[in-house]
Design a protein around this ligand. Structure first.
Ligand code: GAL
Length: 475
């Protein structure tokens, strides 16, 4: 259950994060500190003042309730398209494309680095250093990103080394977090490679990630900069059970690939743990592959729809210089984005029926097909055709817990952007494309017509009873 944070925290969460409005201007403040963070941190500092400086479990509370990360992060990460072949020019050009293509305008306001930005060795005092050729000045990079209107994200690892062999932050957590802050970053993705021996770390997975969560809390206390903290440990150790206590998102699976079988497999993983997602903490299904590989238009739509409606982070991961207008239009579907960024409901959609498989069947090729959830503007329905041929997809409205019995619903199609009539009792999406999706918003349109038989629908039918006791069970 979502417990609202203390009042002051909601200040920025309720507003759009807008780097353009002076948030990043330094003035008399520490460079990179966002003024709104200073406001928001005030209550939390009072609460935890006595434990600051001690890396204890209790201090993690500040990292969690630091007021950022209420909604899924939207933005860009270069890893899926460029892996280690990144440099300042490419990142700034990418940010320019994001702006030019209108992606910033629809909410993609982060530009995040991934692996390979560092020199292989720390300095004699243990400082991590950015690659002198490819990233000669991180402050210069983040200044440019901020000036364009973006937040800036960086990457590190909870072990000795990153997955590409650069310095990890183990035993340097606070030092690195302060470095990242001083460079102007405010988002940290934190990976899981090069895990220290048990007799060194003497902590499990949770403890290893707790160390950086605590360090970020200390950085917030010292500087006012509140990081969005993104765990990347591939869904190990049932992270969906504890990730929310020390971060804002957690990867639930291994690395995504630019092909349908990967998308289907991640959807299958997500289908069993949707309850873990809410405001301030969410399942991360990995960065988007839209624009990469050989997705059909329908597969790309399904990928985007699922990621958005389960309220996962939406990080574009393709070479924007060669993005087709078709793929761009998918990324810019504002009706889908609005559900991802819903200010009233933070929960994920969930399957109400698996479809071709029995409910709760684990099947990475044919995952759950019939999903629903509440939203600010109605009940969201997502239907995925996992087959290789077109399919009609039928559901009774009350299969979704978010539908009221005895009411009819106006059906809005979030991909064709049309109103498709009024559904009474059930709906069929006709001819859903192979690996395609239907995304519908069902809006209450008043009482259904009188006299419909049987008088109860769905599960209620087996208990359907008149006031005088006459049973209509299974009539
Ligand atoms: C993986 C991670 C990827 C990417 C890569 C960088 O562990 O899942 O998303 O960050 O490391 O080396």
């Amino acid at each position: 259950m979502f417990v609202p944070p203390p009042k002051g925290f909601l200040r920025r969460a309720a507003t759009t994060r807008s780097p353009q409005t002076g948030i990043f201007s330094s003035g008399a403040e520490v460079p990179g500190v966002r003024r709104d963070h200073l406001l928001e941190m005030a209550p939390s500092l009072k609460t935890v003042g006595t434990v600051i400086g001690v890396l204890s479990a209790a201090s993690s509370v500040i990292a969690l309730t630091n007021g950022v990360g209420k909604l899924p992060v939207m933005g860009y990460n270069a890893w899926n398209a460029f892996a280690c072949n990144v440099n300042e020019t490419l990142i700034v050009q990418t940010a320019q494309y994001m702006k030019e293509y209108g992606l910033l305008d629809v909410g993609y306001n982060h530009v995040n680095l991934d692996d390979c930005w560092a020199m292989k060795n720390r300095t004699s005092t243990g400082e991590v250093v950015s690659d002198t050729t490819r990233f000669p000045s991180m402050n210069n990079l983040t200044d440019q990103l901020h000036a364009l209107g973006f937040y800036a994200g960086i990457y590190s690892d909870s072990g000795w080394f990153t997955c590409a062999g650069y310095p990890g932050s183990f035993m340097h957590e606070e030092q690195d977090a302060l470095t990242f802050q001083s460079w102007g970053f405010d988002f940290l993705k934190y990976d899981n490679c090069a895990i220290p021996f048990d007799d060194v770390i003497r902590e499990g997975m949770v403890g290893k990630y707790q160390r950086m969560s605590d360090a970020l809390a200390i950085v917030a206390e010292k500087t006012g900069t509140t990081f969005v903290f993104s765990l990347c440990q591939w869904g190990w150790s049932q992270v969906w059970l504890w990730g929310a206590s020390l971060s804002h998102s957690w990867r639930i699976d291994g690395d995504i690939g630019p092909y349908w079988t990967s998308i289907a497999s991640i959807i299958n993983s997500a289908s069993f743990i949707t309850q873990a997602t809410n405001y301030y903490g969410r399942n991360d299904l990995d960065m988007l592959e839209i624009g990469n590989g050989n997705f059909t238009y329908d597969e790309a739509k399904t990928h985007f729809t699922t990621w958005a409606l389960v309220k996962a982070p939406l990080l574009i991961g393709t070479n924007l210089a060669s993005l087709t207008s078709e793929m761009l239009s998918i990324l810019k579907n504002t009706e889908i984005i609005a559900i991802n960024q819903d200010p009233v409901y933070g929960t994920s959609i969930s399957p109400f029926r698996w479809g071709i498989n029995a409910d709760w069947t684990y099947n990475a090729t044919f995952p759950a097909q019939y999903w629903s959830g509440p939203s600010e503007n109605g009940t969201v329905i997502m239907l995925i055709n996992t087959l290789d041929e077109p399919a009609d997809m039928f559901f009774n409205l009350t299969e979704s817990p978010w539908i009221r019995a005895g009411r009819q619903y106006a059906v809005r199609d979030l991909w064709t952007h049309t109103n498709n009539g009024t559904a009474v009792r059930n709906f069929t999406a006709v001819g859903v494309a192979p690996h395609g999706v239907a995304a519908l918003l069902l809006q209450d349109a008043g009482n259904e017509p009188a006299g419909i038989m049987p008088p109860c629908a769905g599960e209620a039918l087996s208990q359907c009873t008149a006031e005088n006791g006459t049973s209509y069970a299974n009539s």
